[in-house]
Structure formats: C-alpha cells, structure tokens
Design a protein around this ligand. Structure first.
Ligand SMILES: NC(=O)c1ccc[n+]([C@@H]2O[C@H](COP(=O)([O-])OP(=O)(O)OC[C@H]3O[C@@H](n4cnc5c(N)ncnc54)[C@H](OP(=O)(O)O)[C@@H]3O)[C@@H](O)[C@H]2O)c1
Length: 322
C-alpha cells in the first residue's frame, strides 16, 4: 500500500499490460479512473484535455496501444490503426498532460532494437543486429558476459529510420520520438511479457502452442515485475526519462524451452525452425525484433527487479493453467 494514495488515470486498463496496472495500483491503494476507449477518444486533444481537467489525476499511466492480434503481422494489415494507436495516441495524451502540468508514464517496447553489442577480445565493441547465424549464436553462448544490452542512450536500430523493421516496431520508435520532450514523463520499455498465468499473450504460453519455436536471444519482462517497477518509478520520484524495464540479463528461446521441459512440459516434443529463412518463409510476414536490453539505468535509480532466471523459475513453479 502506498503511503500517499492518489487519484490516477489509467489508459488501456482492459489490455494485457493495463490489467496488471489496474491490479498493482489498486493493491497500492490508489484511486483509479480507467475509461474504456469507447468512452474517451485518446487521439482527440480537446477530449483528453477536458477529461484531465475533470479527473485531475496526479499521474497518467498510458498502457493503451495497438499491438496486433495474434501477433505483429496483423499490424501490417492495419497500418493506419497501428499509427493511430502507437503514435497519435501517446502524442495526444502526453501533450495534453504537458499542457496541464500532469506527469505521465507511457508503456513502450524494447522491440525498437535488434541484436546486441558484443565486446570482442581486443576490447572493441561491435553492434550486431542479427544473432541467429550459427557461429554468432555459439559465440554468444560461450561469451555471455561479453554481450552488452542496448541502453537508453542508444538510437533504436529496428525502426523506420534504421530498417528493415516491422510496421509495429516502426510506430513504437516513432511514438517515443513524438513524446520524448512532452512535459514530465517516463517512457517504460517492456519486452516480451510473461508470468505464471497461462494466457495467449504470455510468452511462456505462446512457446507451448507454436508448431515450431524460433530460437533467438532476448531480454524479457515479467509482467508483474514490469508494472511494479513502473509504479515504483513514479512513487519513488526517480528522474523523468526513458527506462528499459526488463529483468536483468537475457535468455535464448532454447533455454526457456529447457526450463519448460524440466517443469510443466516434460513430455512435449518442442520443434525448432531450422533457420531464419524457414521461419520467415512459413511463419512470419514481417521482421521480428530480437534483442538484448540493459536495465542498468533503472537499477541505478534504485528500482529493484529480479533476474530473468529467477522470474522465469518462479513463474513456472507457480504455473496456473488457463
Ligand atoms: N504485449 C506485448 O507483448 C507488449 C510488448 C511490449 C510493449 N507492449 C506495449 O504495451 C502496451 C499495451 O499492450 P497490451 O499487450 O496490453 O495490448 P492489448 O492487450 O491489445 O490492450 C491494448 C489496450 O489499448 C487500448 N487501445 C488500443 N487502441 C486504442 C485507441 N485507439 N484508443 C484508446 N484505447 C486504445 C485498448 O482498449 P479497448 O480494448 O477499450 O479498445 C486496450 O485496453 C502497448 O503500447 C504495446 O505496444 C506490449
């Protein structure tokens, strides 16, 4: 429970991420105003200003956005909707907040990056966008501590400015640009959410239902840990700005599959795509982001978030089937 409960505005409260904010903010005793999209047009500046004037929130949590269902391929088929949800919407909300001096937090994504930075033997650091080549994959496995995640200082490299990228990722990067200087706010980068609740949106559930699994390296975010960390940012009053909110370190899909086999899926025969070419030929329409993120800025600001291994192990130990 927060020491000082506040009235907050929560956008996207019925979504996969927003519903977790609803639980967390409620558990901390805050008064939550959570309009649905049909009740408040979040891309109409005048409507948002009027709502803010009426509600007078101490903070606005924006978990509304356009993700594409069942996956980002769907965004290619509705580009206008994707642009509206991921660029116009956060821009309108943050500008309205800025005009009235209300601080805000926006859920962005780590999917605006691809690959990782690798420290070579001579100490030089190279950025590789694609870690799937067999030789690179092996190098990463043997030199985990030489893999450096992208920081908030790095420019997105899976975006319209540095393509190719998916239309979804392009709009998420553009959305960050559109709001970066609007008043006082946080941009929280979420990456591949998972937890212990079986759900079509949960990364662990997804891996269990794919006909074949795409092996790659990623930093990922436990949904509850992510939301706790975001709310902590506001409650603790850490400096405004962008934060990578992923559980520290990274995992390969093969490692997660191993954990699934050891826990809830001992008898499942997981199949892997042979390579990128097969995956993109048969299973995906648009490029996927796979990347390693560095949450160091968040940790240095005093926000705690457990390691990815711990978060995965606890999720599988407490697994609740749908
Ligand atoms: N899930 C992921 O894997 C993931 C990963 C990284 C980042 N993110 C980001 O996290 C945020 C939430 O994602 P999610 O997975 O929770 O999505 P979700 O389950 O699809 O929920 C999206 C929410 O946004 C609202 N929304 C969408 N378009 C809107 C519009 N034009 N006007 C008003 N509200 C609108 C929806 O409200 P209605 O249902 O009322 O329309 C819903 O509450 C997004 O910004 C997404 O990019 C998600």
């Amino acid at each position: 429970m927060s020491l000082t409960p506040h009235r907050v505005l929560l956008l996207g409260s019925n979504g996969y991420v927003g519903s977790q904010f609803l639980c967390e903010l409620g558990a901390r005793g805050h008064e939550i105003v959570a309009p649905r999209s049909r009740e408040l047009n979040l891309t109409a500046f005048d409507a948002v200003i009027a709502a803010l004037r009426e509600i007078k929130p101490a903070f606005v949590f924006n978990a509304a956005g356009y993700t594409g269902k069942p996956n980002v391929d769907a965004c290619e088929a509705d580009r206008a909707g994707t642009l509206l949800g991921n660029v116009m919407l956060p821009q309108t909300v943050s500008q309205a907040c800025a005009a009235l001096g209300i601080p805000w937090g926006h859920v962005s994504s780590g999917c605006i990056f691809s690959g990782a930075r690798l420290r070579q033997e001579d100490g030089t650091v190279v950025t590789l966008k694609d870690l799937t080549r067999p030789s690179i994959r092996e190098w990463v496995r043997q030199h985990r501590d030489q893999v450096i995640g992208f920081t908030e200082e790095d420019t997105p490299n899976f975006s319209f400015r540095d393509g190719p990228c998916s239309f979804y990722s392009g709009t998420k990067a553009l959305g960050e640009e559109a709001i970066a200087h609007a008043g006082q706010g946080y941009i929280w980068r979420l990456r591949i959410p998972f937890d212990n609740l079986d759900n079509p949106r949960n990364y662990l559930s997804k891996l269990r239902t794919y006909p074949k699994v795409y092996d790659n390296f990623n930093s990922i975010s436990h949904r509850g840990d992510f939301v706790r960390a975001c709310v902590d940012c506001w409650e603790k009053g850490i400096p405004w700005g962008t934060y990578n909110v992923t559980n520290p370190s990274f995992v390969s899909t093969a490692e997660v599959v191993d954990l699934l086999r050891k826990t809830i899926d001992p008898n499942r025969d997981f199949q892997f795509w042979a390579d990128d070419a097969e995956f993109y030929r048969q299973a995906a329409r648009t490029p996927r982001s796979n990347c390693v993120m560095d949450p160091g800025k968040l940790l240095r600001a005093g926000i705690q978030i457990r390691s990815v291994t711990e978060a995965l192990e606890h999720s599988l130990a407490d697994w609740i089937p749908a």
